[in-house]
Design a protein around this ligand. Structure first.
Ligand code: BG6
Length: 375
């Protein structure tokens, strides 16, 4: 797994490994026949304690924190349980008022990021049970956690995290449905539906990867720009954040992720023909909230076009509205609102990769960065 297998860079190989990584993260942990999520032996926290939970804290750094931000929407939407997300490097300064009625989920691909380990130790000192979501077996974070959910994404060599990120979001979704199962929020029928959607993800990820050439062409067209704004609402906002981080990390281009609804409070002053906008404007027609947010995104794009901005939109396959007004549209297969982010990040990973390679940069080892900050 640690060779490039014919790919020019580890980052591209790992982007294309995502369908398999999603399979490996999910298949062995669900039973469609029994409509059950089976991770009790990994969580190692009793159902009684899980039913007594009053809050979930999520702590991570970098791309892992963006997975945690997506997880926040999953936990809150499915469990109606308050979930909070913190930067690992800021966690101690917040002196979090937590105890036995909260679990602290620490997300770290390497399992060795010092800030995340420090946050885990602080949570344990305060009496909070901890669950580690990590990609490295027997890593420090795993050894010190109550429960461990491995992402099973295989070795991730590229400094920019891709397959571990999508696997983290799939694992967080599994955890949210497992908690729904234990706490009684989700019926058997609902669980069966979610399991079917999880099992359908790898094939949908394969479908998204067919946009690779389109992303390469977009990178050719946009490689000269030095600033980008990535926008998303709700559970898509974390994807805007990670799309921007990917571009920054590997191509050294300044990019900012922002909640789409906040653009009017400042960033709109930046938007003109020199600042391309990437907006995540997918729509789950079965989710009224998603439809409402989509309409807001259509309005946003109409406004950006009036400001002469170049707009790249991510839209759901079959979309006929936003794709008519955006300059470029990348189509994402239909998926439930809470799972679409796992697919949406893939074109943004490819875009960042191709911008970086066109600039002749060392994609797998960007300057000034390391795979895991351990000091
Ligand atoms: C950075 C990496 O150093 O650490 C990022 O470049 C990563 O890709 C971040 O998201 C957090 O790392 P980890 O291992 O804690 O997920």
């Amino acid at each position: 797994m640690s060779e490039k297998d014919g790919f020019p860079h580890f980052m591209l190989k790992e982007i294309f490994e995502q369908p398999q990584a999603l399979k490996d993260a999910v298949v062995s942990r669900v039973s469609l026949a029994e409509a059950e999520i089976r991770i009790a032996n990994e969580i190692r926290i009793s159902s009684e304690e899980l039913r007594a939970l009053r809050r979930i804290n999520i702590v991570a750094s970098g791309t892992s924190r963006h997975a945690g931000m997506a997880g926040q929407y999953m936990f809150q939407d499915l469990l109606h349980l308050f979930a909070d997300v913190d930067y690992a490097s800021e966690y101690e300064y917040r002196n979090p008022p937590i105890g036995p009625e909260e679990i602290t989920i620490v997300i770290t691909q390497s399992g060795e990021t010092s800030d995340t380990l420090a946050a885990q130790r602080l949570a344990r000192r305060k009496g909070s049970r901890t669950i580690a979501v990590t990609n490295v077996m027997k890593s420090t974070v795993a050894k010190e956690a109550d429960g461990v959910l491995y992402t099973h994404a295989g070795p991730e060599i590229s400094i920019a995290s891709t397959k571990a990120f999508t696997a983290q979001m799939a694992v967080l979704f599994l955890l949210s449905t497992y908690l729904g199962q234990v706490r009684g929020n989700l019926s058997r029928e609902a669980l069966r539906g979610w399991i079917e959607e999880l099992l359908a993800l790898p094939e949908k990820a394969d479908t998204v990867l067919r946009c690779a050439d389109q992303c390469r062409r977009l990178a050719d067209q946009f490689r000269g720009f030095e600033d980008f704004l990535f926008l998303g609402r709700a559970v898509h906002f974390p994807i805007a954040m990670d799309g921007a981080l990917k571009l920054k990390e590997v191509s050294y281009v300044h990019a900012e992720g922002y909640p789409a609804g906040e653009t009017k409070h400042g960033p709109n002053a930046l938007i003109d023909e020199n600042l391309p906008v990437v907006i995540i404007a997918t729509c789950d027609q079965n989710d009224p909230g998603s439809v409402t947010r989509y309409k807001k995104s259509v309005s946003d794009v109409l406004g950006f076009k009036k400001q002469s901005a170049r707009v790249i939109a991510l839209a759901t396959e079959g979309d006929t509205e936003i794709s008519e007004i955006a300059d470029h549209t990348i189509f994402i297969p239909r998926a439930p609102e809470l799972l679409a982010p796992i697919l949406e990040i893939i074109p943004l990973q490819l875009f960042a990769y191709h911008v970086a390679t066109r600039k002749g940069l060392d994609v797998d080892r960007p300057r000034n960065l390391v795979k895991s900050v351990q000091e």
